[in-house]
Every structure is written in C-alpha cells, then in structure tokens.
Design a protein around this ligand. Sequence first.
Ligand SMILES: Nc1ncnc2c1ncn2[C@@H]1O[C@H](COP(=O)(O)OP(=O)(O)OP(=O)(O)O)[C@@H](O)[C@H]1O
Ligand SMILES: [Mg+2]
Length: 389
Amino acid sequence: MSEINPFSKTVIGDKEPLCNQKSLLAALLLEARSGNNNVLLAPRRCGKTSLAMRLARDYRAEGGLATFCDLSAVPSADAAADRIATALYASLSVNDRIFKKLSRLVTAFVPVITMNPDGSFSVSAAVSGVAKSGLDRLVSVVASLDSISSHSKTPLLVIFDEFQDLAMLNDGARIEASLRSTIQHHKASYLFIGSRRKLLRDMFDSPKRAFYRGATTRDLPLIEPDEFSTHLVALAGESGAAWPLNITDNIVAIAEAHTYSVTAIAHALYELTVPNVPTEDDLAKAMNTAVARETSLFTSVYASLTPQSRTLIEVLAKEPTRQPMSGEYMARHRLTNAATVKKSLITLINGDHIAKDESGLITLTDPLLKCWLNERWGRQHMISMPSIR
Ligand SMILES: Nc1ncnc2c1ncn2[C@@H]1O[C@H](COP(=O)(O)OP(=O)(O)OP(=O)(O)O)[C@@H](O)[C@H]1O
Ligand SMILES: [Mg+2]
C-alpha cells in the first residue's frame, strides 16, 4: 500500500499523471513553436493551471523556454511587473549559460539569488536603478520578453494565468492598451488563461478592447467521463487499492466530470477506505466529507455575493433552468422582480459561478458548491421524530 494519497487536490506536478487533454496539449505545443497567441477558458478548478504547467514542461523538454506567471488577484501594475520578472528569471534558470546570456536583457530589474536552508536556490527580482512608474516597468518587462524571444532558437512561451485580473485594476484600460501595443509584434508566444470567462472573452472578442483579435480563443473541455473513470481506477490501483469501475463511474457522474470535484471525492474515498474495496455507502460518506471540506471556501464565496445573487444561486442550485425569468419559474421560487433576477444573472455569470451549457440550461459551474447549497440550507435534522398520523 502506498504512503501517499494518489488524488492530488492541487496543481498536477511535472511527474504526476495527467488524464487526457492530449489533443489540446498537442495543439498548444504547435502554437507555441509557431509563435502564436492563444486564450484558454474554463470554469474554476477545471484543470487550467495543470494543463498550462504540463505544456510548459513539454515545451522545455523539446528545448524551448517557457515562463509561467500567475497574475491572480495582482494588486497593481508594479506588482505584475515584479511577478513577471521573477517568473522570467526562474524560467531562464534552466541552465547557467542561458541565465547569464538572457537575464541581462531584462533592463527594468536585476535578479536576486538566495540560498535556501535546504541548499537549493531561489530567484526574485529587484527593481533596477532607473525609477519608473509601475506601468512603465510593466511595459519594459513585457518588452524584454520579446528581446529574450528574439535571442532564442524557438519562441519564448509566456503563460499568464488569471490574466483577466490585470484588466480589473483601476488603470486596467491603460494597462491593456500599453501591453497590447508591446505584445502585438512579438516573437514570443502567449497563452492567456482565466476562469472569469466572461471577462477574459470580452478582452479578446470585443472590438472596443485593446486585445481584440489578439489571440485564438479555446475552451478547455471537461475530461471524457469514461476516460476519467478509468484514470481513477488506475491511480487507486497503483497505490494499492482495487476500485471497481462502477464506483469510479459514480464518482464522475455525481461530480458531473468537473475535474476538481471528481478529484476531491476520490481523495476522500481513498482516505476513508484504503486498502479495502470501497462500497456505495463509502462513496456517500466520501461525498459528504468532500463537500464539508469546502465549507470555508464556499462560505466566503456565498458571503461575497449580494443578497439577490445569493437568492438566485440557491434557486439555480435547486433547479437549473433555461428560463430563469419566466413567470412560472419566478413564481415557483418566490423571485419577485425580473429586473433584479437579470442583474443577479449578470453578476453570477461575470463571476463564473453559473454558466449556460450548449442546450441553454443555466446551472452552477461547481457541482460541490451546488451540493453544499442544497444540503446546507435545504434540510435540518429533527430534534425528535414526531408521530405522523
Ligand atoms: N488532466 C487532469 N487529470 C486529472 N486531474 C486533473 C487534471 N487537471 C487537473 N486535475 C486536478 O483538478 C484539480 C484542479 O486543477 P487546477 O488547479 O489545475 O485547475 P484550475 O482550473 O487551474 O483551478 P483554479 O480555477 O483554482 O485556478 C486539481 O485537483 C488537479 O489535481
Ligand atoms: Mg489555476
């Protein structure tokens, strides 16, 4: 029996197996080699970062340079410049010769190398002499991505995770405009990723925005259920647990093939049952555990919504619909004002808490949040059992 739980609830590491996404990975690898720009959209916790990390790993394996920069909740242009420079230095540290040759092309920063207590090294970025505004520094560091790319055999692959957060800053429009003109004629290949799909799509698909038509937009598909189920059986098997296919099929079905939800339930089930064969009862318990473990996250998501959006998300958790503003649906769920429902729909879609599927059905993007809402407020345990005549 293995000492570790094989179902990782964090980003998949370079040595861990990734389920599927082979054709998307191959397409993105081709785009990186060709110096093209792409946008990758998917709801929260569907596997965007894991896929991007795998792309960076594979691109490096064939001799390319890849920079991965997380822009989530970035507070300012200055901080963004800092994160990009730090990520860039880390990506150049693949070997000494490349680091020496290319790191000096980053003129707005100098690298600071620190030795960690365990003997490993880490790199950070310190601003260099010339004082500049945050935006100038950001433009300068983005321009250095181009000069580095020009000095490499293949295009530099630059991955910006949660890119829409940059546009959400106060001076977002100026940042977008400056970056677009800097990036436009770049030799580097960009991959912009984000989970606030409406915001990111608007950045690239709206003629009014600076990045209009700046990249090919792609959706990250959910993993095909049968393949995901077989993957779970294999992972459990390698760690000493014999999981029957009907159990893993049920995990994928309950979790609607949502990548994180499937993984979180499998994680709880492994913990509960290893080395025994899990039963349907075990699965029900594991499901409760997986949902309960999300309570602090879901409580803060729920609390961050307006009261009207909270009402609507609860209603949609109970009953997904194609017509949330129809008189019949509104009356049944005691929604009184169509204008309020419309406003809440926009807020929830912008936050990517809900989405429309191909058939037009509006449902929650996170199946565990749906279960949590339905369990939490929907029922209470009775204190004693009344006799019902
Ligand atoms: N291809 C895959 N096969 C199996 N599991 C995966 C795969 N991709 C991601 N996962 C698992 O799904 C979960 C979410 O992955 P990841 O953090 O990459 O998603 P994300 O879309 O970037 O999430 P977030 O919206 O939080 O940034 C993790 O538990 C990860 O281990
Ligand atoms: Mg991510």
